[in-house]
Design a protein around this ligand. Structure first.
Ligand SMILES: NC(=O)c1ccc[n+]([C@@H]2O[C@H](COP(=O)([O-])OP(=O)(O)OC[C@H]3O[C@@H](n4cnc5c(N)ncnc54)[C@H](O)[C@@H]3O)[C@@H](O)[C@H]2O)c1
Ligand SMILES: [Zn+2]
Length: 353
């Protein structure tokens, strides 16, 4: 029995969350497709750790297991690597009866998901996320894609996996900073929807499986209500409007997404407090919790630069500008905000630093 069923306009898919579940990948794949070929895509850090286990689990169910290991890192979300995958799918004789497995972090999930979405106009694929960020965020929701030289995630598709297999035990090999990046997203879920989760992390609780399940439930529910990202899904962007701007101004180097989001959440909460949308003291609680995870909570980039980058973001809708504010920990809403007043409030926050 799956732990969670995700319901989408294009069918439902199960999400399994259990330590040790990687060894059951074969059974899950067998329940998804008729073919007996499973093409595994992974990266150069994950391959030496988990590829053999994944392949063994698939072989037990009679799958043949061609695989491809791409270089670890964001640079693999590229046209060259995507087309290299198409060539390898072709050489391995992958058909639409077979399954493509994404074994890795968000980079592998996004890249492989898009490759699966477009090869032969769509082959079944399974997400096996191996970073905390991928387990709580990128493997759920069906967003796939690659980067272009002039922008991140510019080409992609909404394409749902046949199943998501989350094995929290694989997180034990992550570096501290990659774990912390995922924690920034976990804390975000607490901020927008789950006070108990937030408070449990404040108290130092460390039951990863419990935390992951709560985050996955929030993401599946929000995505279910807004599969194509036109409304409620916006709440998942708490801290991301400012975060993305920080990433952009930094040229996507020297600061990771999770770090930028951490800073973004603190400033978004401060801005919310300044508007009177957010309960006083909220920003300070978020700041303290992020610091515990050694995440950055301050930026020295001038507010003008951040604001310009925010306004040029591809998701900026014309006319109304929705900004995600917390009312308190565990409750968020997207509030239509006038650009000039947002800038004034943000400037006040920056001046106070
Ligand atoms: N599709 C979505 O909805 C969505 C949402 C958020 C982020 N993303 C995308 O996700 C990507 C970031 O994901 P990420 O943070 O997982 O990055 P990542 O895939 O680059 O993984 C981070 C690092 O951890 C390594 N790694 C992965 N699993 C490991 C393990 N179990 N043990 C040891 N090392 C391991 C990787 O090799 C890599 O070096 C970005 O490209 C971002 O755009 C997508
Ligand atoms: Zn994020």
């Amino acid at each position: 029995m799956p732990d969670i069923m995700a319901n989408t306009n294009n069918g439902n898919y199960p999400i399994f969350i259990q330590s040790g579940k990687l060894d059951r990948l074969g059974e899950i794949a067998a329940s998804c497709v008729k073919g007996r070929k499973a093409f595994v895509v992974t990266d150069s850090n994950v391959a030496p750790l988990y590829l053999v286990r994944a392949v063994d689990a698939l072989k037990k169910e009679g799958f043949s297991t061609p695989s491809c290991t791409v270089p670890a890192g964001e640079s693999s979300k590229s046209r060259d690597i995507l087309f290299m995958l198409f060539e390898q799918f072709n050489a391995a004789g992958v058909s639409r009866a077979d399954v493509i497995v994404a074994l890795g972090g968000g980079v592998i999930g996004d890249l492989t998901g898009f490759a699966a979405a477009s090869y032969m106009r769509g082959c079944p694929f399974i997400q096996v996320p191996t970073t905390l960020l991928a387990q709580v965020d990128s493997s759920i929701g069906g967003k796939t894609g690659i980067d272009l030289p002039f922008g991140k995630n510019l080409v992609g598709a909404f394409y749902q996996p046949r199943a998501v297999l989350i094995d929290p035990s694989v997180l034990s090999t992550l570096t501290r900073s990659v774990t912390a990046e995922g924690m920034a997203e976990v804390i975000k879920y607490g901020c927008i929807r789950d006070r108990l989760l937030f408070e449990s992390i404040e108290k130092g609780m460390s039951d990863l499986e419990w935390m992951i399940e709560r985050c996955v439930r929030i993401k599946t529910t929000v995505v279910q209500n807004d599969e194509y990202d036109t409304g409620e899904r916006m709440l998942l962007n708490f801290g991301h409007t400012i975060g993305h701007a920080i990433e952009k101004v930094s040229g996507y180097s020297g600061i990771s997404h999770g770090e930028a989001v951490a800073i973004g959440m603190v400033y978004a909460a401060k801005t919310g407090e300044s508007f009177g949308h957010t309960e006083k003291g909220t920003a300070e609680r978020i700041r303290k919790l992020l610091k515990k995870w050694q995440l950055p909570v301050q930026t020295h980039i001038p507010v003008e630069e951040i604001f310009d980058a925010m306004m040029s973001d591809k998701k900026r809708l014309t006319g109304k500008f929705f900004f995600v504010f917390l009312s308190r920990i565990g409750e968020a809403s997207a509030i239509p905000t006038e650009k000039d007043s947002l800038f004034e409030r943000m400037k006040g926050v920056w001046d106070d630093e």
